[in-house]
Design a protein. Structure first.
Length: 72
């Protein structure tokens, strides 16, 4: 007899994976903006550090929020 799939648990795992991936992506884009000083246009160094730092902090915040909300 096949096992029954718990769709709620499957959705929780999918949500965690998606949010962690997006957090890593935001952090990666933040590092890219700081390194290349480019985001859709050439940026001044001050602007690239501010935007890159903001993207990195937001990515870390997304991953922290997943860590706090996950109750497996």
């Amino acid at each position: 007899m096949p096992q029954k799939i718990d769709h709620n648990k499957l959705w929780k795992y999918t949500k965690v994976i998606l949010n962690v991936t997006m957090g890593l992506l935001y952090a990666f884009i933040g590092f890219f903006v700081i390194k290349k000083q480019w985001f859709m246009a050439n940026l001044e160094p001050v602007v690239s550090y501010a935007l890159g730092g903001l993207l990195i902090v937001y990515g870390i915040f997304r991953m922290y929020r997943v860590y706090k909300d996950t109750d497996f």
